[in-house]
Design a protein around this ligand. Structure first.
Ligand code: UN1
Length: 506
């Protein structure tokens, strides 16, 4: 079954696959390969050649060449190409979703959801291509018109993580394209095959129309990410991943006064107040904490429960956790698949040990599962306080539970972590909901009421504050990060009045 899916997507399971797609050229001269592994079994799926520096140069040049022509194409015509890409993704949805399951270990419906997110992004970008609005501003000078317009920025470097191996690329690529920018993509080394499959799909749309250079791919490790960050030919670097990676990218990009768009770690909290609908909260917590095996930036990691309900709510949650059997992400009914690699299991184990040593009581889970692949038990740990380990993001299904007495105290606990991505409150009191959403409330980029922390729609701007990096991607006006704002003033009169009443006449 895997073999058929792979071959339909143009992936060779027996010989190394080209890992560089620069315009119509695809190959690699590095001679070095990396191996993509199935997290559900630990077995290799296929090999991919990584980019050498000359390969990388080729990709950048191809993006620059494409930019010269693409930037003058009217945005709605760019949107038309993105529409075709969206349709090609629709056709490939089942296969691509399966490949996400195979390579990233996501359960089937989440693999498909990821591809749906790409399709949604294309649809959004098509509409956006007719809505790159600028403001008209009242000029203080007579017979003057002042307005702003948005120009393409140039080739965009896009670094993505394993956990959303293709959707996050689509957030960037679909918007970058309608804004007039080609893209050079470095996917995670853990998920190169989904990237290659996507590249083959988009090339089928782009190549016949002479636009192959718009979307380029460079598979490689850290070094390739550093090339992108340091490259002055890329005015914008969009990077998704760990806070450590983001700090390194941001520092390099800032060193050349480039722009960076960062979507980094989260350590998301959910407050359950005494008035909360506990049935609803239970379902939300399960999806947010256990979904994607705890490997979303938006995964729920901290559950902050009012002391009067904690002993009612948490035992129900533990019971629900016990009913979740980790299993192959391919099998129907499985909600919890594997972690991505052995190192992720080790981080899980060391976080559980640290939590115990910091006073935590493991209420369920806490162990790795003895089977091939990288499986762990969904884990709940009751913590006496928000200790060091709770403040750290561990990319695994570990949920720390804390009790609180007053809402102010809950919000303070909630905000007292270095990250600021997603947040939620469950309450039936509108005063509590509004307080959480007020300036005294959540300090995150995403704040939800009676909805879990994960699973955001693409229509909103996605991203967070503090160590999450401050970037906003996908919907709303996130497109502005991909464009150059130009303020224009036009004089249609016969005199030359100066602003601020300044006189300068000879
Ligand atoms: C991520 O984990 O990097 O809100 C992105 C969500 C998804 C995106 C997560 N739409 O959970």
């Amino acid at each position: 079954m895997f073999e058929e899916v792979l071959s339909r997507l143009g992936i060779d399971a027996t010989n190394p696959n080209p890992g560089v797609f620069a315009g119509a050229w695809s190959d690699s001269t590095s001679g070095e390969t990396l191996t993509s592994v199935n997290p559900a079994t630990g077995e290799p799926i296929a090999q991919v050649f990584t980019a050498s520096r000359p390969d990388y140069e080729r990709a950048i040049e191809s993006a620059r060449e494409a930019f010269a022509a693409w930037r003058i194409l009217p945005p709605p015509q760019r949107g038309e190409i993105v529409r075709q890409i969206g349709n090609a993704l629709r056709e490939a949805k089942d296969d691509l979703g399966l490949l996400v399951t195979l390579e990233a270990g996501k359960i089937r419906s989440e693999g498909l959801g990821e591809v749906q997110e790409m399709i949604d992004m294309c649809d959004f970008a098509v509409g956006l291509s007719r809505q790159l609005y600028g403001l008209t501003i009242a000029s203080e000078r007579p017979s003057h018109r002042m307005f702003e317009q948005w120009q393409p920025l140039g080739p965009v470097g896009c670094i993505t993580a394993f956990n959303f191996p293709v959707a996050v690329w689509a957030w960037n690529a679909a918007i970058a394209l309608v804004c007039g920018n080609p893209v050079v993509w470095k996917p995670s080394e853990l998920t190169p095959l989904t990237a290659i499959a996507v590249q083959r799909i988009v090339n089928r749309v782009l190549e016949p129309q002479g636009w192959a250079g718009l979307l380029n791919l460079v598979v490689g490790g850290r070094e390739v990410g550093q090339w992108l960050a340091a490259d002055e030919r890329l005015p914008l670097i969009s990077a998704t991943g760990s806070t450590a990676m983001g700090k390194s990218v941001a520092t390099t990009v800032a060193g050349r006064l480039g722009r960076s768009l960062l979507e980094l770690g989260g350590n998301n909290g959910l407050i359950v107040t005494e008035s909360a609908n506990l049935d609803l909260a239970l379902r939300a917590v399960l999806f947010a904490a256990v979904g994607t095996a705890g490997q979303r930036c938006t995964t729920l990691r901290r559950l902050i429960v009012h002391r009067s309900v904690v002993d009612r709510f948490v035992p129900r949650l533990v019971q629900a956790y016990r009913s979740i059997q980790p299993g192959s992400p391919w099998d129907d009914g499985v909600l919890l698949g594997p972690l991505v690699r052995e190192s992720a299991v080790e981080q899980f184990e060391s976080a559980v040990a640290a939590a115990k040593s910091q006073g935590g009581e493991v209420l369920c889970g806490g162990r790795r599962i003895d089977r091939p692949g990288y499986y762990v038990e969904p884990t709940i740990i009751r913590m006496p306080k928000q200790s060091e380990i709770v403040k750290r993001e561990t990319f695994a299904p570990i949920l720390y539970v804390l009790a609180y007495d007053s809402l102010d105290n809950a919000i303070a606990l909630h905000n007292l972590v270095p990250q600021g991505l997603s947040s939620a409150i469950f309450t039936d009191r509108f005063q509590d909901a509004e307080r959480f959403l007020s300036a005294l409330g959540s300090d995150c980029g995403i704040a939800n009421v009676n909805i879990g922390t994960s699973g955001a729609e693409i229509g909103g701007a996605f991203g967070g504050e503090k160590e999450t990096g401050g970037g906003r991607e996908a919907g709303s006006d996130a497109w502005k990060a991909y464009m150059r704002r130009q303020t224009c003033t036009l004089n249609y009169g016969d005199s030359l009045p100066l602003a601020q009443g300044v006189r300068f006449e000879v």
